[in-house]
Design a protein around this ligand. Structure first.
Ligand SMILES: Cc1cc2nc3c(=O)[nH]c(=O)nc-3n(C[C@H](O)[C@H](O)[C@H](O)COP(=O)(O)OP(=O)(O)OC[C@H]3O[C@@H](n4cnc5c(N)ncnc54)[C@H](O)[C@@H]3O)c2cc1C
Ligand code: FES
Length: 347
């Protein structure tokens, strides 16, 4: 089916397969339609139906609260065309930059999984075809047993990756995360769409890098650190990483983080922030290469970064309240420009 998109600056046309989300069809055709979560919560992908008929498999999606449904507004990440369509998008829309990793559909198989803490699990997916992605990007994953796509950020970084690594925090009552935690999902097939997301790091950036992660938000930061270390970026630029969790029993990846730091001890600083308890001495002793502090992660970052924001690009990820608090701090206190604050809200 044909979809005609009238954006603020120009019009685009692309084919959408039956049952395919309009957003996915546009992105797959290198039309950089607006989105953030890709999974029905943020409302960024809103468009207006001008002509034709759409099917909305999840009309209760949280992102619909931002729509004027009576005026034909809908979420492109949820809706599928039932006929040829003409739609309107209020944003400026451009083709993807040359060299950008264009998203596509992949089949994946869960190859392994491992518990990292009482409520965090890592899993690895083998892909049916290699995927190029940028450090900091995510994919949308759909399991046969669970309705709808969920976003997960890649932990690893490699070109033409045949495997993707993820880390997931259990959400009580959550469809996908409970499915991962409950049964033995080894060998389960996933449908993936990606890579997605604009919180990307690339070695040509030429700036000091500040990462602020809450909980599983550390996923994309691991990918950024991998790429930065592979390219020896931190021999020239500073890297400041703040990883926030509630208590000592919630920490994970500390050996790997310490390993990154060992490669660039002069320029890479990694601080673990515990919000709900004082830092146990044994924990600090066990990881002498890392700094530990008590407080919410954005507060700890604000304290330790004071006066060090020159030439900084910030990457933020994790639960929406943590990301929003960090954005406020970086805009109001650090005076970073919006272009230098890249984030993924794990909504
Ligand atoms: C960009 C991005 C990156 C993320 N990266 C990570 C990560 O690396 N690690 C991590 O732990 N979490 C990550 N998340 C959060 C993750 O996507 C899930 O929200 C989280 O794992 C909880 O999922 P759940 O299925 O357990 O909970 P649920 O409450 O069942 O679902 C959560 C989300 O799934 C979607 N959804 C639910 N029901 C439906 C339905 N019927 N039809 C369609 N969609 C539905 C909605 O987006 C909903 O908000 C990320 C989120 C985003 C937006
Ligand atoms: S991108 Fe569609 S609601 Fe977030």
């Amino acid at each position: 089916m044909k979809v005609q998109v009238n954006a603020r600056n120009r019009a685009y046309q692309f084919e959408c397969a039956p049952g395919e989300k309009i957003l996915f069809a546009g992105l797959r055709n290198a039309v950089d339609l607006p989105y953030e979560c890709g999974s029905g919560t943020c409302g960024t992908c809103k468009a207006k139906l001008i002509e034709g008929e759409i099917h909305d498999p999840w009309p209760q999606a949280p992102g619909t609260r931002l729509l004027k449904s009576a005026q034909g507004e809908f979420l492109m990440c949820q809706c599928e065309p039932k006929s040829d369509l003409s739609i309107e998008v209020a944003n400026f829309v451009y083709y993807a930059d040359p060299g950008a990793c264009i998203p596509a559909f992949y089949q994946g198989r869960i190859e392994s999984q491992a518990r990292l803490t009482h409520d965090v699990l890592a899993f690895r997916v083998a892909l049916d075809a290699p995927m190029d992605f940028d450090a900091g990007q995510f994919v949308l994953a759909e399991a046969p047993a669970v309705r709808g796509f969920r976003g997960y950020s890649m932990v690893n970084f490699e070109r033409r990756a045949s495997r993707l690594e993820f880390v997931v925090k259990k959400k009580p009552g959550g469809g996908f995360s409970e499915w991962l935690f409950d049964g033995s999902v080894q060998g389960a097939e996933l449908r993936l769409f990606g890579p997605l997301g604009k919180a990307t790091f690339y070695p040509g950036l030429g700036k000091n890098v500040l990462c602020i992660a809450g909980g599983s938000g550390i996923a994309g930061m691991m990918s950024i650190l991998s790429r930065g270390c592979q390219e020896r970026y931190f021999s020239q630029y500073k890297g400041y990483v703040f990883f926030g969790v509630r208590s000592a029993r919630d920490v994970f990846y500390l050996e790997a983080l310490e390993g990154f730091r060992r490669e660039f001890p002069d320029n890479l600083e990694i601080t673990v922030a515990l919000s709900d308890e004082p830092v146990p001495e044994a924990l600090a002793r066990r990881y002498p290469g890392l700094a530990f502090d008590q407080g919410l992660v954005h507060e700890v970052a604000a304290r330790r970064m004071e006066g060090r924001y020159q030439n900084v690009r910030a990457y933020l990820a994790g639960p929406p309240p943590a990301v929003e608090a960090a954005i406020r701090m970086l805009l109001l206190k650090a005076k970073l420009t919006t272009d230098n604050i890249r984030y993924d809200k794990f909504s």
